[in-house]
Ligand binder design. Structure first.
Ligand code: TGC
Length: 387
């Protein structure tokens, strides 16, 4: 099940049978279950919850984790799944990222054996939904400035604060909440039914409309001492999870780019202006060629980072290169695709404006373009511009 773009740089031949299997199953799922409904769901601001269990049955929730109930797949397989889901819609790749790379990954990396046994198998099956509460209303780029606090009260913890832009929080069963304590930042597993926890979907979004992002208020939320993630110490805890999610974006954003390129090629070869297909014009061919070059470079970079990750050698700086490049180039490809589609490109007869709007969110979450640029600047100079 390959496309012209799979074959353009023989990427198919760089994958194992198992990796191609994951890719093909995700591609078929996206074709059968997401693409037929996504334009209407985007229009209606509808998150199709029933697909969560189907994604669980597909095995993609926490698929890269080695824990009980998880598939233990390689980083490239996971990346390919992100690529296929985001080719359909960023919202569904985001769901898989939040569930698997953020919430489940936090439990896997830092949870006790009891926490893992309680949460990971049902989350992998899609029976329970998790969210990852780090970003706050005052801003997301500097988690060190978080105001949410957890204080000890006997054997319990009591958490007070607020979070914003938290994916799926209003639908979630469990929230991984990051809070400042007298001893630095710590992570807590907070069942969303706990008194004092409220999550409200953010309305008015013109991006990721088939997905749900929320405000959370934590008002004296009392949880037992056993709800703390014992292995998480300081901000390196949430950052380790963000690395996982950012890696998925490296692949995912290029999926959205592929979709834009494919519809552009189809349009260029079928739409006739001045008595011939618009694709016969050198200006259109140049646009398509430039889109192809950036797409193939992006996928090859993603594959390289995936192989580094599988070898245990992927660094946060390399992930910043990938996240910055993939989202920036995917957005540029989407904008160029819109011009090839002409006026029709602004309608939902084509997926391009939806991808473009979604990518504006992807550009900002999990570290903005600017933050990743400054991470690279620091790596190159040894000087931190955000200090
Ligand atoms: P600094 O505060 O000095 O460092 C704190 C500790 O964290 C370590 N660290 C990392 N560890 C692993 N991976 C990384 N990528 C790491 N980045 C930092 C650091 O070594 C230190 O460890 P330790 O042991 O010495 O305490 O932070 P910094 O100066 O290194 O980093 C500054 C900066 C700006 C790069 C960082 O704050 C940053 O990445 N900011 C962006 C945060 C971000 O991405 N926020 C968006 C989150 S998305 C979200 O919350 C929504 S979830 C998605 C959804 O729900 O839909």
């Amino acid at each position: 099940m390959t496309t012209t773009l799979d074959e353009a740089f023989s990427i198919d031949h760089l994958l194992s049978d198992e990796e191609r299997g994951w890719r093909d199953r995700a591609r078929a799922f996206a074709a059968d279950r997401i693409r037929p409904v996504i334009e209407q769901d985007f229009e209606d601001k509808h998150f199709r919850r029933e697909l969560v269990a189907e994604l669980g049955a597909l095995g993609v929730l926490g698929m890269h984790l080695k824990d009980e109930g998880c598939a233990g797949a390689g980083a490239v397989s996971y990346g390919l799944v992100c690529h296929e889901l985001e080719a359909a819609d960023s919202g569904w790749r985001t769901f898989v990222s939040v569930q698997g790379s953020l919430a489940m990954s936090a439990i896997s990396k830092f949870g006790s054996d009891e926490q893992k046994a309680e949460w990971l198998p049902p989350m992998a099956r899609g029976e329970k939904i998790g969210c990852f509460a780090l970003t706050e209303p005052d801003g997301g780029s500097d988690p060190a400035a978080m105001r949410t606090r957890a204080r000890r009260d006997g054997d319990d913890w009591v958490i007070t604060g607020s979070k914003r832009w938290i994916g799926l929080a209003a639908l979630a069963d469990i929230a991984v909440v990051w809070a400042a304590t007298d001893d630095g930042v710590r992570g807590f597993l907070v069942p969303t039914s706990t008194p004092g926890f409220t999550a409200t979907a953010i309305d008015g979004k013109l991006s990721m409309r088939g997905s749900v992002q929320c405000d959370i208020v934590l008002d004296e939320v009392r949880i037992p001492g056993s709800a703390q993630l014992p292995g998480a110490r300081g901000l390196s805890g949430p950052f380790a999870c963000l690395n996982e999610a950012r890696y998925g974006i490296v692949w995912g954003a290029m999926g959205a780019a592929r979709d834009c390129l494919e519809v552009s090629i189809a349009r260029a070869t079928s739409r006739e202006v001045f008595g011939r297909p618009i694709g016969a014009n050198q200006l259109i061919q140049e646009k398509l060629a430039n889109m192809l070059v950036e797409y193939e470079k992006g996928v090859l970079l993603a594959l390289h980072l995936g192989r580094l990750k599988e070898a245990g050698n992927l660094t946060p700086t390399q992930i910043s290169v990938g996240k910055l490049n993939s989202v920036r180039e995917a957005l540029a490809i989407a904008r160029e695709a819109r011009t090839i589609l002409g006026g029709d490109g602004i309608t939902n007869a084509f997926p391009v404006m939806r991808h473009m709007a979604n990518l504006e969110s992807v550009r900002t979450y999990e570290g903005t373009d600017e933050i990743h640029t400054l991470v690279l600047g620091r790596a190159l100079t040894g000087l931190a511009a955000f200090a």
